[in-house]
Design a protein around this ligand. Sequence first.
Ligand code: T4K
Length: 399
Amino acid sequence: MNPDLFAKSLNTFEAAHKENGHIFVTRPDLPPLDEFTEYLEKIWQRRWVTNNGLFHQQFEEALAKYLGVKYVSLFSNGTLALVVATQVLRLSGEVITTPYSFVATTHALNWNGIEPVFCDIDPLTLNLDPDKIEKLITPQTSAILPVHVYGNPCDVEKIGQIADTYGLKIIYDAAHAFGVKKGSDSILNFGDLSVLSFHATKIFTTMEGGAIVTNDEKLKKRIDYLKNFGFADETTVIAPGINGKMNEMQAALGLVQLKYIDERIEKRKMLTRLYKNLLSGVPGISCLTEFDNVDHNYAYFPIFIDENKFGHARDVLYENLKQQEIYARRYFYPLISHFPMYRGLPSALAEKLPVAEHMSKQVICLPLYCDLGEEQVERVCTEIKNVYENHAYKEMEIV
Ligand code: T4K
């Protein structure tokens, strides 16, 4: 792009965002820049910018310690980590998964030539309903791929029992579940592998990035080969691997970010409480259940709109917020099972996924990130109340 044009569009972008008071669903939580530049200077001095550099090694170790897990393998993003996790366990045939997720969950199977088998979700947790898994198992089933949606833990005990009974592997898509604990144990310690995302929109970000977590040393070794083209040493290639490596800048950012994550989760918790208080009297709005034995990470703040009680459909609220420059998002609508590459599958039929269909039409994720001010949360809630109370708007719709 022409540099003048680029500068102009950048200014326009920044001005629009500042002056008009736009509120996005999320913003990356970044550390003070000078702390990051100290690390950058070291990268410049060392001239070692990728391929298992010093910061990469330090970040893997620090992350495993922080998360309370044995082994972490860093990746350039969460999607590649999911693709490699599927490869490393040699999955094939069919894998049972959820339609209520970001499309990357199912795409990872597709890239491995595996047929996703969609299973309905639990209305309370929005995660795979373990009571509906068994009837979907066939001789072709090799694994279960559940997602800890919004960081809410899956029923790991029941899913584990089913996998043990039928000899299936489990990969947890833990893209939303950074730092979540069930009891005193990290939620990442369940299943064969867990996959994290450090995308800009996640509570812990390295701009792009991801990781596979495992307690199995041999698996960790094979994952590391696979993410580096399959190289076991300078001249030995043990598998058709891929390039999924995290670079030194991402790893350096990760090291700095670790210092701030606890206070950020606290801030998110406070904002979540504020939202819940402010919205508690509004008919037709319900929030995600929090569980006593879980350390939640407050990654998202989804609300669910009961049209009959709220008086307007979810999309009326969504559009109205947008008009007020509040860019909430409908995670996860449409369901993955609605996308053209999946909708022809027998398991994608809407009547087989009634809970997922219902919830995806009700959900709207409200803005939540660390720099969000309390006054902005109040503004979002005021707008929601305005939509509820706005009868003129209602009449307009009927006409
Ligand atoms: N599994 C699950 C369950 C996932 O949710 C995801 C990713 C993955 C796997 C795959 O992991 P990665 O390969 O991404 O590591 C976003 C993210 O791109 C995606 O990472 C995320 N899930 C998904 C839930 O959300 P979009 O299309 O909604 O992103 P976008 O660009 O519209 O951003 C949302 C808002 O965030 C913007 O309106 C403004 C704000 N934003 C975004 C970016 C990129 C910023 O303020 N700054 C930024 O740099 O998908």
